[in-house]
Design a protein around this ligand. Sequence first.
Ligand code: ATP
Length: 358
Amino acid sequence: MAQPSTAHDAPTEAAVSLQGIAKQFGDLTAVKDLDIDIRGGEFFSMLGPSGSGKTTVLRMIAGFEEPTAGKILLHGKDVTRTAPFDREVNTVFQDYALFPHLTIAENVAYGLTVRKVDKATRVKLVSEALEQVQLGHVADRKPTQLSGGQRQRIALARALILRPKVLLLDEPLGALDKQLREQMQIELKQIQREVGITFIFVTHDQEEALTLSDRVAVFNNGKIEQVGSPREVYEFPQTEFVARFLGVTNILPAELSQRVLGNGEVHSLRPERVQLTDPTSPTDADTVALAGTVAETVYAGAHTRYLVDTVDGIRIIAEKQNSHTPRTEPGVNRGDTVSVRFRRDHATAVPGPVSVPA
Ligand code: ATP
């Protein structure tokens, strides 16, 4: 759930404080009554499906959109009606937005030039910024002479050179292929640690949000369903939407939960928490055992997924790391009779109505 709001007029320690923020576009409510405090130096991700309102929130923090209701505080100062260039924030966009006719050094220096910083200081800061993203050697090139990953790093250097208190990043790695994206994720995190600036990062990629963030806010339909550390939102989802959006999960219906867990709420159970065993092997009071038949095995390199149809009429997905299975065969085969086992305390109640993205 969103954090409780502070008293609306009180100064706050938070780097960014959104207080009762809403945004209406005509009939459409893009963001609904949102309260959140983002801490100084935090890597904070806004994660959610397309259209859930993440970018609109980011644009309101930047000042490109005005909220229909509520207040935005930056380090305690009310900036709700402040122009974008008067806010101590900077934005990195997915499409880099580099000037094609300027060199890389000129692109990175752009914000300093606008602010009339003297030439000697500019040269020094540009050189430092380029070193920071390990691209000192491309200073004289034009943007078209760089790869996608390099352009993204330049966009980052250009934003960081102004030393904003808060850096807003809107799907900055979205245009990169998977391998480069993963490499850039590590670099981005390292740079953020080095500079200590608050990063607010928009993504629809759950793995990216988990990898990078100190905290993640999961958006659905203009609202935040849950805010927490990556481990909290993945291991302890508070709603079925969060459980499903953050990777693969099994949803145990209320009736089955009542019978096997003694709790009539719907539960989420991650596949890696499920073991498949021989039906005759002993079990204990902390473990739930369901009889079933393997319907499908899906080999995915590092792990294999097993889809098991239980006698209770529920299909359960179990995931097993392949570190201990023979390299040449799946270990468990389609059609095998198995026992699906999991610890009671590995199932998480996800109460409340199912919320569906707009
Ligand atoms: P995506 O990942 O696709 O960017 P998002 O979660 O960032 O999605 P938003 O871009 O914030 O979502 O959009 C939220 C809703 O507001 C969507 O239904 C979108 O169509 C609508 N919307 C956004 N900007 C405008 C606008 N300028 N005018 C009208 N509707 C808008």
